[in-house]
Design a protein around this ligand. Sequence first.
Ligand SMILES: Cc1cc2nc3c(=O)[nH]c(=O)nc-3n(C[C@H](O)[C@H](O)[C@H](O)COP(=O)(O)OP(=O)(O)OC[C@H]3O[C@@H](n4cnc5c(N)ncnc54)[C@H](O)[C@@H]3O)c2cc1C
Length: 491
Amino acid sequence: MAKAIVIGSGVGGLATAIRLRAKGFQVVVLEKNEYPGGKLSEIQLDGFHFDKGPSLFTQPTNFEKLFAAANRNFYDYVSVKKLEEANRYFFSDGTVVHAFIDRQKFEEEVQRKLGEKPQAITTYLQEAQQLYEGIGKIFLDYPLHRIKTWLQKKIVKALALVKLSHLFQSVHQYNEKRFRNHKTIQIFNRFATYNGSNPYQAPAMLTMIPHLEQNEGAFYPKGGMISLTQSMYQLATELGVVFEFNTEVRRLHTYNGRVLYAETQNQKVEGDIFVSNMDVFYTYNQLLNRKDKSQQIAKLERSTSAIIFYWGVKVKSQALSLHNILFSDDYKKEFDQLFVQKQLPDDPTIYINITSKLDESHAPADAENWFVMVNAPAKQSIVTNEQLMKLKDTVLQKIKRFLSIDIQAAIITEFIWTPQGIDTDTNSYLGSLYGSASNDKIAAFMRHANESSEYKNLFFCGGSVHPGGGIPLCLKSAVLVEQLVTEKFSA
Ligand SMILES: Cc1cc2nc3c(=O)[nH]c(=O)nc-3n(C[C@H](O)[C@H](O)[C@H](O)COP(=O)(O)OP(=O)(O)OC[C@H]3O[C@@H](n4cnc5c(N)ncnc54)[C@H](O)[C@@H]3O)c2cc1C
């Protein structure tokens, strides 16, 4: 039986391991941490549970397909609830907008609070759907580096649907033409951050992203996002995937255009197929010692990183929901600071996620688990303690101003994750959450393919390669790896 070695057990690595095992390959996952999931992991702190990374769950269909590939039903493993409200948006003048998933309710809300015509929302979300179903699926579901992808009739047909405005306008320029209120524009601009991009640079193609949330829906897996990792890990072990934790791959040894074995701290692991779920920059830089290739990858602009405060707070907040956004006043300036000046914003948009609103076991009875995140630039220099404390103060003051809650006095436990921490803990270059950014029109073509052009048995999955970051896309990368592997190898 051919043996596949998967390096890393992030979402992409777990999904690839399941898919290859379901196809009959022997699969061994080598993971440097003592737990699976990579960014999709958890923290237990003084009676509080926190999902460490992702908090927004969209497109459960990707999980349904993954489990179906192994003849299982995803919902036997995780119970999933569709949310009524995707996000709650707060503005500095006191305006609060509830982004209901129900289209009519959302349109009424936006009309009442922001004076937007319901038709403007309807048209926008219909266009987002058309864009996703016409073009998006091609960019996400096919290997873009293969000539044969571009020769297919349906692809040529779909490409004809691309409007110049999708390519030559930024997300912001596109939204500006569709909505009258700057708050609505800000709400829809924010979707560019779902893959760590800048709405003032990224092409309007990204305006398909709201389709995933506002049309298809936002979901919550019972037990928190960690249930997604746990379900994949459980399925993989049931199928017979072997996991070796605390096992860091230090080198991939190659000969004659093939990877021969992976060297860890204490063993040489041979295999027929190697799949790296490690950031592609580090895969070339560290494992293959190919500085030429890693420098090429480093030239691509990185997606944003983040600073997250995990606060156990002795508060029951009435105004907040599961997902909450406290917007900045000058969104353009915030993104200039993140992407151009590469500094922490003076007035950051704050995202607060509180899973104890839905899962009481995530916090003691009189408390809540606040996951408080602000975007940070992905860059070489580290965030100093002084910068961190200044940011914390800004965040605390802003929460007090927007929500009239003195959260500082209510914090009973704290953990902080910084760009350096994200980089070290998950080997994500510069702490980027989503690999390279989509700020450039040709970003999708520049992202590394799911197979190596030089090493016949080396493949790549996860957020740093095609089709990009975020849980749905990492799961799609596993589908592509399965296709590419099974074209070349039989189990
Ligand atoms: C704070 C935060 C918030 C986010 N919010 C969302 C969200 O709301 N929704 C969403 O969809 N996405 C979100 N994301 C992005 C999402 O988490 C990632 O795109 C996705 O989890 C990345 O998965 P991956 O397969 O690339 O692997 P990663 O999670 O990057 O994991 C890689 C794994 O490989 C292991 N590894 C690396 N190098 C080696 C080595 N040499 N040897 C052995 N093992 C190795 C690492 O330890 C790790 O376990 C967020 C991310 C973060 C950090």
